[in-house]
Design a binder for this molecule. Structure first.
Ligand SMILES: Cc1cc2nc3c(=O)[nH]c(=O)nc-3n(C[C@H](O)[C@H](O)[C@H](O)COP(=O)(O)OP(=O)(O)OC[C@H]3O[C@@H](n4cnc5c(N)ncnc54)[C@H](O)[C@@H]3O)c2cc1C
Length: 169
């Protein structure tokens, strides 16, 4: 890494560490959050988070705490590198918050409904066709996402995570 690039990354961490926090209610665009979403936000963007004092130099700064940034930061820190992870919104990125996890929860519900229609193949018959309650489907999705979010929780990365809610520039 060139010296210029290295300095820019350190500047980015410093700027992020001194910038103002964005309103928490805008972090996940959730209105109003239910108990599952509150758990999710407390894991991926905790209200009581305080940034460690920025170091002068880092071996690695990961900009973005999605799958890529988390893995890169954890592996680097595990190898002994001085590492910072900068996330502007919520740890877990697209995969946890909007992509893989929510979509698979919805797909699983759709598969369950479809399989219920195959009863005769398996030796049972429903007296009525299954009624989908979409709010319940979404509630299940939010519950699963909140449970899984502990794997991406800021508390797990306290030694490497520097900052939330300020975009690194
Ligand atoms: C509907 C859907 C379903 C998917 N299903 C699957 C699946 O089943 N399996 C699979 O492997 N993949 C799946 N994906 C793809 C997966 O979500 C992405 O491959 C993965 O999230 C990419 O990770 P990433 O870390 O590169 O980026 P992201 O997850 O996008 O994370 C980037 C992070 O960087 C932060 N950020 C951005 N700019 C800045 C900045 N300037 N300063 C600080 N932080 C910043 C963002 O807030 C974000 O948290 C799915 C995606 C979608 C949309």
């Amino acid at each position: 890494m060139s010296r210029l690039c290295y300095g820019q990354l350190c500047d980015a961490v410093r700027m992020a560490a001194t910038a103002r926090l964005a309103p928490r209610e805008r972090i996940m665009d959730m209105a109003p959050p239910d108990e599952h979403d509150r758990t999710l936000v407390e894991n991926v963007h905790p209200a009581d988070w305080t940034n460690p004092a920025p170091a002068d130099r880092y071996n690695l700064v990961a900009v973005g705490g999605g799958t890529a940034g988390i893995v890169a930061a954890l592996v680097a820190a595990g190898l002994g590198a001085k590492t910072a992870l900068v996330e502007q919104r919520g740890l877990g990125g697209d995969c946890l918050n909007f992509g893989c996890v929510p979509s698979k929860a919805l797909l699983r519900a759709a598969r369950a409904v479809y399989q219920a229609s195959l009863g005769e193949r398996f030796g049972f018959r429903l007296t009525e066709p299954p009624q989908v309650e979409f709010p319940a489907v979404m509630d299940r999705m939010r519950r699963l996402r909140a449970t899984i979010s502990r794997h991406d929780a800021a508390a797990r990365f306290r030694s490497v995570v520097r900052r939330f809610s300020s975009a690194a520039r």
